[in-house]
Design a protein around this ligand. Sequence first.
Ligand SMILES: NC(=O)c1ccc[n+]([C@@H]2O[C@H](COP(=O)([O-])OP(=O)(O)OC[C@H]3O[C@@H](n4cnc5c(N)ncnc54)[C@H](O)[C@@H]3O)[C@@H](O)[C@H]2O)c1
Ligand SMILES: O=P(O)(O)OC[C@@H](O)[C@@H](O)[C@H](O)[C@H](O)CO
Length: 488
Amino acid sequence: MTTHLDARALDSLDPRVAVPGYDRDQVEPGIVHLGVGAFHRSHQAMYVDRLLHEGDSGWGICGVGVLPSDRTIADVLHEQDGLYTLLTVDPDGRAEARVIGSHVAHLHAPSDPQAVVDRLADPATRIVSLTITEGGYGVNDATGEFEPRDPATLADLAGSSLPSSVLGLVVAALEVRRAARTVPFTVMSCDNIQGNGHVARTAVTAFARTRDADLADWIGQHVAFPSSMVDRITPATTAEVVAAVAALGVDDRWPVRSESFTQWVLEDRFSAGRPAFETVGVQVVDDVTPYELMKLRLLNASHQAMGYLGILAGETYVHDVCRDPLFVRFLLGYMHHEAIPTLRPVPGIDLSEYCDQLIARFSSEAIRDTLGRQVIDASDRIPKFLLPVVRAQLAAGREITRCALVLAAWCRYLEGTTDAGLTITAEDKRLSEIRAFAEAEKSSPGAFLTYEPVFGDLGSNPVLRDAFGAARTSLAHDGARAATAALA
Ligand SMILES: NC(=O)c1ccc[n+]([C@@H]2O[C@H](COP(=O)([O-])OP(=O)(O)OC[C@H]3O[C@@H](n4cnc5c(N)ncnc54)[C@H](O)[C@@H]3O)[C@@H](O)[C@H]2O)c1
Ligand SMILES: O=P(O)(O)OC[C@@H](O)[C@@H](O)[C@H](O)[C@H](O)CO
């Protein structure tokens, strides 16, 4: 017997499920969040739920779906009065369930773009936060220039009457605020990108400049774009997660399950005020860079390091790979010998302990994270997570053999079959382009590395070309396990 989750159900839920202990009717949405995916719901919305428990009712969230495919999610949240269940599990399998109440409004931009612009332009909106994926900003990793490729941004740049992209919506609202002399909101990116604040600033100001140079200058001077390091492993919701929540008596069409670990390190730069994030576990700092580098190069790059090799070796789950001593040796070897030498000291963190903790987090069977999740849109992720390590190591004349094996495994993965001959279905916005370079590699060694949108000028580096060539040969002749063993 389950109870449909909505505001009326909160008083009668199973006591194992914690519920909002504040009056949601009193909560004002001071934050508008674009990209209400799994991660936002396990992370930022959970921190804001804690804030609301502390009595700060001015910082609720209005969620916005920007893609047409976000319609279903908008409908579910509407049916559930914005409520959903967050299930957190630790590596020992202990679980906690909590209904998150911080989403008090929701808009679907493709259905009503003007309503989104109005909400963003409303003086009550003081922070606009984003989780729109690494590829959502249209900034070229190799050049740092704004070079959008997605149709919605291109249509907005071409002058469509109502905006359909994140940048179009944000810039349209900033234009209204400037004209009305309303203090501008902060744009707070929570995507896994080094210097995510700088990247967001580049994208927003470059987009605005195509409209009005004065507007772009005003944004550059007055809008704050704090950078942040965000961390909580959150796989996509599956039917199994829905069933786990139903077993607690809650009929929730869109719960989310994450690990219990969570971290958020945030720069203290806000143009229209901020909630007391530090009271609910956020580390508010002057410079987030060392934390970002640590997380992206150790955690996210390790996901890349295990993804392609693991899939070629026939594995499906992150925890299976991370309980295999061979892959653990390889991952720790990558972390200690190739990633850590590129990092700065991180205040309060012992990097060796951090690496061991990562292996423990990755080994958690309870969240059932998949290798498949790590390799979607690899052409957006590899340049942000792994190639900065390659560049820094090459510049210092240090080793890159494990990184080269990961790149070679990505190339083999794109060729489309596992070591056992099973078909791999890759998903990437640039799939046809990048696959052509992987095919060319078969007859022209090094061709893969000349795919400029990903590798930039790295493709001509002789050290990388040699290491990549040797790694690819090893993978082709011996398979992923043996090639990994040779470097583990
Ligand atoms: N899942 C995690 O463990 C995790 C952890 C830390 C950070 N993140 C960051 O959060 C991002 C989203 O992860 P998720 O797990 O929520 O994924 P998800 O697939 O559940 O959600 C992605 C969201 O981004 C939106 N989106 C995607 N492309 C967009 C575009 N071009 N314009 C506007 N909206 C767009 C989608 O509509 C959706 O709401 C990641 O790419 C990463 O940068 C994720
Ligand atoms: O979601 P992405 O694209 O940034 O990267 C995939 C994973 O590495 C990532 O989701 C991690 O699980 C997350 O960054 C942990 O905090």
